[in-house]
Design a binder for this molecule. Sequence first.
Ligand code: FES
Length: 106
Amino acid sequence: PTIHYILKDGSTRSIDAKVGASVMETAIHHNVRGIDAECGGCCSCATCHVYVEDAFMDRLTPPDDMENDLLEGVASDRLPGSRLGCQIVITPAHEGLTVRIPESQV
Ligand code: FES
């Protein structure tokens, strides 16, 4: 599935992502700037924060308690579309998923 990342400068990177990889891992592997992922994906750092575009919110499983707690502490504003990129595992249903990179992760 193709995942679109909207970067801080407003440009978009569209990446052919692997099913089973997370939105965070896909970004790291393709050098998408602005996702730090300091903890490496174990849901403890909150530096993989992304904003999921409204149209895709209902295609994702809602955040669990742990993700929800971490989202309280993200560096940029928490918005309705805020998610941790390491907790979104890509499936074929995510074709076209669009996420925006926040201003800051720390
Ligand atoms: Fe650390 Fe997602 S990579 S919480």
